[in-house]
Design a protein around this ligand. Sequence first.
Ligand code: AMP
Length: 412
Amino acid sequence: MAKKTVADIDAKGKKVLMRCDFNVPLDENCNITSDDRIVKALPTIKSILERGGALILMSHLGRPKGQRNEKMSLAPVAKRLSELLGKDVVFADDCIGPETKAKAQALKAADCMLLENLRFHKEETIKDKAAKEDEQLRRAKDDFAKELADLADIYVDDAFGTAHRDNTSMYTVPAVMEGKPRVIGFLIEKELKFLGQALSEPKRPFVAILGGAKVSDKIGVIENLIDKVDRILIGGAMAYTFYKAEGRTIGNSLCEDDFLDKATELVKQAKDAECEMVFPVDTIVAQKLKPNAGNKVVTGDIEPDWQGVDIGPESRKLFAEKLNSAKTIVWNGPMGVFEIPPFDEGTKTVAMAVAEATDKGAQSIIGGGDSASAVQKLGLEDKISHISTGGGASLEFLEGKKFVCLEILDEK
Ligand code: AMP
């Protein structure tokens, strides 16, 4: 069933507590280097303010581990948000406490306030499991949640990047607010629409592209997708674990020896499900991971001292062909060490092939993280149907995991 969204609430004259993902990148002087996450939250923020809600925003930034740390303050976010909205944003120096409560109470219709980093309090990241087993932790988590919940009449969750976690502001706060409206924002609505539709009613052929460093991180996704997609393209360092499992020599390439049996099993599972698994047919190998390091193309075994760093030219052609007819595409993980040119060629080719397929009518979804940065670097964002704002969250969604912090919110 679909979740209620901010469009379903009457915000007028109400205090609205909204969880955002303002975990923005900062440079050493605490300047924001990309305001993308703030910009993406604007539709929900503006919608509430325009309808006369008084908005209290909360987020985490970095990993301050329960301690105040000025380098991870959300103050620069309040400043940037104020510029983007063209109005003052009140900044509360702490996310809880009497001063914050007084500031929240003083908010009028269409006022906007941002609370300081939730993770300055260790209670934000106490795991539910730990809280269930330890009475003291449970009470600490509940008290923290109650202080936040008491600030508002309505709860909105628009932090997809954290949706796979059970952080207190994501799960315990809406739990405490039972009986009050608890809804999703437009950003999460869009994420659920694209990711949900891809999994439940994909147009075919449905092609998944998986890359990145580790097979172990993607086993769950491969297992869940095998029955759903027509084809899985495997690139990145992950491919070498599959190569080795086949008995090939892989030199110094990254490999997870503990997962060789699993790799063999996944290939068999795919075969049984008639899901085509496509592996690179050639590899770029290098002796050093340095820009413009000497490299060559190999088609068979990789010699000792050489490391696979990207898919080769024939594989790029093959992967582009396999994407050409796709009608639904999900992509997670780069095809090589794309941070170090020229080992970004495979990732670039795949990004362009995904953009071309999209141009021909495919629904394309990029699961955040490195593949999203590759697409952004190439200026292809507008040619992709949906770039997820949550790398980890979209991966868990594709694994078929349930998100408890969304399940608890109101159904339509
Ligand atoms: P992940 O977070 O699992 O998606 O992995 C992303 C990382 O995988 C990036 O930092 C890439 O540099 C790395 N990666 C991709 N292909 C390779 C490769 N052939 N060898 C080493 N690292 C790789």
